[in-house]
Ligand binder design. Sequence first.
Ligand code: ATP
Ligand code: MG
Length: 613
Amino acid sequence: MKFSQTFIPTLREVPGDAVIASHQLMFRAGMIRKLSNGLFAYLPLGLRSFRKVERIVREEMNAIGSLEIKSTVIVPGELWKESGRWDSMGESLLRLKNRLGSDFVVSPTAEEAVTSIVRDELSSYRQLPLSLYQINTKYRDEIRPRYGVMRGREFTMKDAYSFHASEENLDKHYQAQGRAYRRIFERCGLTVIPVRADSGAMGGSGSEEFMVESEIGDNTLLLCKNCGYSANVEKAECKPDFTPLSQVQTAASHILPVEKIDTPEIKTIEELCAFLKTDAKNLIKTLIYKAINVELDLSSAPGCKTLIKRKAAPGAPACYGEAFFAVAIRGDLDVNEVKLAAVLKAAEVNLAADTDVDRITGAPVGFAGPVGLDTVPVIIDQTITGMNDAVTGALEKDKHYRHVSYGRDFSAWFTADIRTVKAGDRCQACGGELYEKKGNELGHIFKLGKKYTQSMGVSYLDENGKSQMPLMGCYGIGLDRTLASIIEEHHDEQGIIWPMSTAPYHAIIIPIKYQGQVQEACDKLVSELEQAGVEVLLDDRNERAGIKFNDADLLGIPWRIVAGDKNLAAGMVEVKQRSEKEARLIPLTRTAAEIAGAVSDALQLQPNGKDQR
Ligand code: ATP
Ligand code: MG
């Protein structure tokens, strides 16, 4: 392809809103252009690399027996009402009406569409397992689209959905998807960190995310220095750093009785620690939370007698629209709201408004505590079970209790692990020290169980003619985010440094001046390279050599071949890899064979590990 005949509008300046390297470079290299916030068009160069990522994903999905389909992007709202997500998805779901007034959604994901297709066709266990995938447009009305295609509103996802007759069979395919993901990212030249992830209120039994390390990552990852443990902070657990009181030999006589003390104008944990000259580890922090759509049974919970469980939508499970809870945790720790939502089986949890805190605790914010609190269920983090002689709010303005002991002075409606794990905590698996990294999620695999097959009524007849509900898994990869992440990992000051597998072209030829014998030699080299399967861009523009060199560095094409009168007179051209500093001269006659060999070596990784690894 001749540069002059394609459309690669390179830029020297960085667009004002582009703060990360991939966003800047995709713009400057003429790969993408912005139509609106979160809406990007791929230009020819960008699309070539995008297609390569797509091909790798497709090959690896095919290799594990997932079957490609293509559903529609616009999906009937009815299906989303059946699953209950028409209401629960919130504002990120783009809803629209057609001219007849029927509801539709622009797919942010396709569980509903694919489940409905399978529901209509599935009748017998003989049709299972079934794994379907598509590579298709998604739309999410993200509040803050940013970092270019990393977080767009419209993007392309590979989304797969699998259906199984048994947990073991679901697990087998889930593992195969995980292995395929590892290969996809390896072939793309990406270093990914697979982490345990929250399966949350979805009630799934397993979930893993594939992260790349990134300063601008939205996720915090906890990794063990010792063993392979890695988890999203939303899910991370650690070794308990307390001994439950039930296991401690406490001489009851030396535990002092609870005492109410004055703590005037004390509002924060820090102020309380300073005032009482104690450590935050001796405080019981109590927060009031409002939880939305709680599926947990609250019929026996304090203060919940008047709550009634209802179905939010026809297919959705019954839940309490909202419920309040007091959550107590050791003063030096933070509540992990994702873990809390998971144990409550709630769609979301938020700190209660000040007026609700007032009403529930009988005191302004800052004086909540579990002792004597009976207006809401008290949930305690497991650290609390190791606390005695502690300080906590006394449900009264400017008052705290001291010498408080778990078990003696208060109990809990239930106990759970709801702490946020931090760097320095100990690995639950091996006791090693945990450290933190910021990560960006590229892919997610998830055991959904019966969530959709139940709400959407999917069934088949088993070997005994009995009706059963299949189990489901879902598996997503963001293609645009993967592409941008490749650039994040492979670039320098001058531009992109493509791995061969996703480079828009394998080689670029730069004639110093595209005329005379140089033109002839370059044209011949292009056809030799193309015959050998090498994708070549010929920079035939009438530009200064310096500009062409800069653009070649910006575009990041793995091999650069420079042809000029002087070297050609000696039968030589100059070749250089984008990833290396030094150029060298090689005979023109050997150039095509040498470059073709290097390109094919670099493309060795084949689908499903069928290469020599
Ligand atoms: P995030 O937490 O980053 O919003 P998510 O967990 O909501 O992502 P999933 O529903 O798991 O995303 O979707 C699967 C994949 O789709 C993600 O791993 C990511 O690669 C991609 N993806 C999700 N949202 C976007 C977006 N707004 N722009 C680009 N890619 C996205
Ligand atoms: Mg996800």
